[in-house]
Design a protein around this ligand. Structure first.
Ligand code: 9MR
Length: 385
């Protein structure tokens, strides 16, 4: 074949390629799609790091620019007994983040859950005095925040302290130590954290933040700190939400109210539970652990997708994710970060809560690390506007 004929046939065959093969743009990653608007984060399961789970670690680095430690920086891991301090797992998390340029959050310093009983009880089971309890808490915050200073950029300092009605919760008998008002304890936690890591951002973090009575309490807490000149940089809206709650109106109202305080607003633990609950997820979790609810006839109803997820339900989850992300996108000038609570469906806490041993599908990557419909619908939001 002559050169000119060969050239002509190459050009003709290129022109004949289907247009999708010629110009189909690669789908952006999450961090690319939302770049310049807000950080996109994920909670990291320690097992990924411990077992060097390359597919999961690579996916995190490819898609996200911020990380949260799902469990390893909580008191029960760091300080499980009076004379035991374990910073190793937290250090491994920080190293992974810094090796890959991910912003690492510290989570969480003061919480009623995943904190050993010795913080409140003596060895013989008697209740410790306020001074003893406070000394342990302060020592915990001092040592932990000092250890991770410069390694984490921010801390969830106080987690889940406000009740649904807007007052303080009485977990661990806090009320006994601080009758009528836990402001003193909250101030102590934020002041101590700031003293030990003056460059770290400090946050308050809570769930059910769509409930406006609860937001009343959080707004009061933030204003209380601000009025005393104590550093607070942001509030985390956890966002463990369902297919039918909360309303987008409530989400918008909460974002607006928190942003008006002059602090960063973040969606910190995003997932969407699509399995049946009693009363739309508002029944308290522990009640559902009753063995009576584990019987076959209940589980058939409560665990309907034990084999696989029907495409129609996958679509419902995707539409709900899109609806909420669109709401967040509409308020993007007020949002600093959106973090998903887990990388893929298989590692979500929602497989075991509020009912143990179910198969849930609350995240945007499936158990084989494939992008779900929810991912594709979320990623297209910036370009559709
Ligand atoms: O995802 C975490 C799960 O692995 C733990 O078992 C659970 C124990 O309470 O905590 C989960 O994470 C929580 C987070 O730290 C704070 N907000 C609520 C989250 C879900 O319980």
């Amino acid at each position: 074949m002559k050169h000119s004929t060969l050239l002509l046939s190459i050009i003709l065959s290129l022109l004949a390629l289907p247009s999708s093969a010629q110009v189909k743009p690669a789908e952006p990653t999450l961090k690319e799609a939302f770049a310049g608007q807000f950080l996109v984060g994920v909670a990291v399961s320690h097992s990924f790091i411990e077992r060097n789970n390359t597919p999961c670690l690579n996916l995190i680095c490819e898609q996200f620019n911020a990380v949260s430690p799902e469990d390893v920086m909580k008191p029960e891991t760091i300080h499980p007994a009076p004379s035991v301090w374990n910073f190793g797992k937290g250090d491994a998390y920080c190293k992974f983040a810094s090796d890959h340029g991910l912003k690492a959050l510290g989570h969480t310093l003061m919480w009623h859950n995943q904190t050993p009983d010795f913080f409140w009880l003596n060895e013989d089971g008697s209740v410790r005095t306020k001074e003893q309890m406070q000394a342990t808490l302060v020592e915990y915050v001092e040592k932990t925040v000092t250890h991770f200073a410069g390694k984490v950029y921010a801390w969830d300092v106080v987690n889940e302290f406000i009740s649904e009605e807007g007052g303080y919760r009485n977990d661990k008998g806090w009320e006994k130590y601080y009758p009528g008002n836990l402001d003193e304890l909250v101030c102590l936690a934020f002041e101590t954290a700031h003293r030990c890591a003056p460059n770290a951002e400090l946050y308050y973090n809570d769930y059910n933040m769509w409930r406006q009575t609860k937001v009343d309490g959080v707004v009061r807490l933030v204003k209380m700190l601000q009025s005393k000149g104590i550093r607070i940089d942001g509030v985390g809206i956890q966002a463990h939400w369902g297919l039918n709650y909360p309303s987008t109106h409530d989400i918008e109202t909460t974002i607006d109210r928190l942003h008006a305080l002059g602090v960063k607003v973040m969606i910190t633990e995003f997932d969407i539970d699509m399995l049946p609950f009693s009363k739309e997820g508002q029944m308290t979790g522990k009640a559902m652990y009753d063995p009576a609810l584990q019987r076959d006839e209940f589980m058939r109803y409560l665990n309907p997708y034990a084999d696989e997820l029907p495409a129609s339900v996958d679509q419902e989850v995707a539409d709900r994710y899109e609806q909420i992300m669109r709401t967040i996108w509409g308020r993007r000038d007020k949002i600093a970060r959106v973090t998903f609570w887990g990388l893929h469906d298989g590692v979500s806490w929602k497989n075991n809560y509020p009912i143990p041993n179910r198969k849930n599908y609350p995240l945007i990557f499936d158990r084989k690390l494939q992008k779900k419909k929810a991912f594709h619908q979320i990623i297209s939001i910036p370009t559709k506007n």
